[in-house]
Design a protein around this ligand. Sequence first.
Ligand SMILES: Nc1nc2c(ncn2[C@@H]2O[C@H](COP(=O)(O)OP(=O)(O)OP(=O)(O)O)[C@@H](O)[C@H]2O)c(=O)[nH]1
Ligand SMILES: [Mg+2]
Length: 371
Amino acid sequence: MKTARIIFTGGFLGAGKTTLLREAAQRLMKQGFNVGLITNDQAPELVDSMLLSKHGLKVSEVSGSCFCCNFNGLTAAIQHLRTESATDIIIAEPVGSCTDLSATIMQPLKQFRSRELNIAPLSVLADPARLTAILDGGNAGLHDDAAYIYRKQLEESDIILITKSDLLTRQEADALQKRTAQAYPHADILTVSAVTGDGIDRWLDEALKRNDAGLRLADVNYDIYARGEAVLGWLNGSVRIKGEATEWDAFIHDFLAELSNRFDANNYSVGHVKIIAESGSRYITGNITGLGDTLSLRGSIGKSNEIKLVINARVETAPEELDKIIKESLNNLTDNKYSTEVIAWRHLQPGRPNPAHRFVKVVQDSHNYID
Ligand SMILES: Nc1nc2c(ncn2[C@@H]2O[C@H](COP(=O)(O)OP(=O)(O)OP(=O)(O)O)[C@@H](O)[C@H]2O)c(=O)[nH]1
Ligand SMILES: [Mg+2]
């Protein structure tokens, strides 16, 4: 079997990983590559997997824990894409609250899998607003320990990709790039926008050609890392809502706006709340990546009698409280008018990360790469 290239795109919750994966995969497929994607989460029912599949992309899912705690699950997903789909490029998105990927994923893959995989530099994506706050020495509205994870992600990167460059002027983007380079001089700093396409080819060029992967290990304190993950309540739910003919786009907007208001009113910092709702072949996605002004919707369902709604929420509060707020907000909208059938529903607090492998030295194996 030929070697496949694998590109890891890390970065904090809501940084823009899945959106970039989709755009990058489509570009690579147009160039004739056979591309497979790997999504990852603490629990099943992933908005990301659904969204990518809807774009006709091949997706393999590792759910139940982050990549580093389920190295065998990750290698099984890689193997599946390679054998079932003869994939030549794999792009993998770790959970946004995950760090220490260089020690727990990049080095073990270099050590054990370098004959079958060409490993690209570790790309860490950073949303400009959160990145600016972190560079200012703040916590970007996050708990100190969650902000610690954010900093460690940047520290271990080979490439820092400043995402959403469409939200910045050219001067602002240049200034942020310079500041990031000063703070993280080991990394190459690039900017991308999945909206305008700016910088994507340049990044892909680096990700496809370079073999200097996982050059650094971050010194990660697992007590702080565990606390940083545990401050986030996690909820993955999937429901079917039926009733009178409804303009679902407005319904989804109102649902997200209500959630956002309640999180903001309680000072519960939002990591990422994402929704996909579908009716027939039509769908709408909604996201909140911080305060209420980050609420955004894409796509449209229009009017119909029934939707399937999947919600993934990561918010700094107890999972039971998150569950209560989401159920109440949904009930307020559906009450008496609709029937709601729960397909799957789970809320949890991520457990202490316990990686399968954790290398203390960088593996120098570039001679093993088969290009
Ligand atoms: N303006 C703008 N928004 C973007 C861009 N890329 C992503 N977004 C938005 O950012 C939000 C989060 O995007 P995702 O791609 O889901 O982020 P993610 O990093 O995969 O999030 P998690 O999987 O939860 O960690 C969504 O509202 C996207 O529409 C971009 O290039 N420009
Ligand atoms: Mg994602």
